[in-house]
Design a protein around this ligand. Sequence first.
Ligand code: DX5
Ligand code: ZN
Length: 229
Amino acid sequence: MTFDRSIKIAPSILAADFANFGAECEAIEAQGADWVHVDVMDGHFVPNISFGPTTCAAIRPHIKGVMDVHLMIAPVDPYIDAFANAGADVITAHVEAGPHIHRTLQAIRGAGAKAGVALNPGTPAEAVAHLLDLTDLICVMTVNPGFGGQKFIDMSDKIKTLRSMIGDRPVHIEIDGGVDPSTAPIVAQAGADVLVAGSAVFKGGSVSDPAPYGTNIKAIREAAAGVYA
Ligand code: DX5
Ligand code: ZN
């Protein structure tokens, strides 16, 4: 993974056909996805259950690019090796998931993955002030995590604060929740470079009719770039 701040669209497979993950990952990459965002939920840290490291390992061969694993689980540390061994390029843990996020980020890098830290809407930017040299990605949640298809919560001030805190460090700012062509410009202008989108990418398409995925990805990318076709 090389670092740059260009806009990257990361479809969340939480909105994909769960019976067809491999084909869905191939379809979104063929339709222009930059990263594949994989939402892991435990029914404890968040009120929903998705899947775990075995599913991540199963879909890995179907992803050519970056597999971006968002852990909405607590505790995190006992499972880091399992997700790293499953082939995750980025493993993101929530700052709210336990008392030792500093140790967790060290462990993620120690396992050979890029280390991400996620902030719920109620958590201030300052929560990562002492983690900036330990992290490769800060995920700003623009919904309360647990479900796809929720309404976007504007976190522009937090994104701008983080962008300024990051300075020249090679740290991505990722936005997760309610991203679509109407909200993408807001977060891109504030300083985000990785845009996660579930329902806005998968709506209207399927593995047998994947062209809408491409149209949807392009619409988000162009909106983020300020290009209104
Ligand atoms: C929310 C997840 C998101 C979610 C995004 O808990 O982390 O990645 O799937 O879905 P949309 O884009 O539909 O808000
Ligand atoms: Zn996510």
